[in-house]
Design a binder for this molecule. Structure first.
Ligand SMILES: *Cc1c(COP(=O)(O)O)cnc(C)c1O
Length: 238
């Protein structure tokens, strides 16, 4: 299957999930997760019409972005360390993986220095998995006002990596919980949050049925990611 075939099939599945949920397909952004993939693949995806790409490591993204068409847009979806905030604010149109008040404060500081306002999503760890980053719901609600008060940050919504399961139906309740948590945040802030970033290759249709506005798809689009080459600069851990 070519990338164009994969994309056509994903778009069809997005359209079908939207039809089932009574949603407009234009309300769902397909974020092409290009982490681990070379710039040539990104260029090919761009030629197929994709415009927004997701990366999980700042250093890898920095190098890749410089080798790709300038009109492409990039979003950060991986855990971000505070010493990478400056570059992240520079490279990305949105940081989806804000998982602490301290990180939000650091992004705010960097954005201020670069005379920018940074759209962010707050990453939530709903299932309380020890291996995942993200706010616990209580922590999110406790820190929400402080994050919202940061002048150079705009909260655009919530992001979640759902627990892995071979049966996407099993995670439907978790997607639903994230949507409900967004409603709670909206009530707290007295403002609407446009985005729910949830759903990946294995479960994006269920996520769409539960209200996802951004689905982050890597493997179904690009194929299996090459194994991280140990010691190569691009794969250096953050
Ligand atoms: C890698 C990654 C994805 C894409 O996962 P696939 O299963 O390859 O579609 C989505 N979101 C995040 C945060 C990721 O790190």
């Amino acid at each position: 299957m070519s990338l164009a075939d994969n994309l056509a099939s994903i778009q069809q599945r997005i359209a079908a999930a939207c039809a089932k949920a009574g949603r407009d397909p234009a309300s769902v952004l397909l974020l092409a997760v290009s982490k681990g993939m070379p710039p040539e693949m990104v260029r090919e995806a761009a030629e197929c019409g994709l415009t927004v790409f997701g990366e999980s490591k700042v250093q890898e993204a920095k190098v890749k972005i410089s080798m790709c068409p300038g009109r492409l847009r990039w979003q950060m979806i991986g855990h971000l360390q505070s010493n990478k905030c400056r570059d992240a604010v520079h490279c990305f149109e949105m940081i989806q993986s804000v998982d602490s008040l301290a990180l939000a404060q650091e992004i705010n500081k960097c954005a201020d220095k670069q005379a920018k306002t940074m759209p962010i999503l707050l990453e939530v760890n709903l299932a309380g998995e020890a291996t995942k980053f993200g706010f616990k719901p209580e922590q999110l609600l406790a820190d929400l006002d402080a994050i919202n008060a940061l002048p150079k940050i705009e909260i655009h919504g919530l992001m979640m990596i759902a627990p892995w399961t071979p049966d996407a139906e099993k995670v439907r309740p978790v997607f639903r919980q994230l949507r409900e948590l967004k409603t709670q945040c909206e009530e707290r802030l007295g403002a609407t949050l446009p985005h729910l970033s949830m759903g990946m290759s294995g479960d994006f249709e269920v996520a769409i049925e539960e209200g996802a506005t951004i689905v982050r798809v890597g493997t179904s689009l690009f194929g299996t990611r090459p194994k991280a080459a140990k010691g190569s600069k691009v794969d250096e851990p953050e």
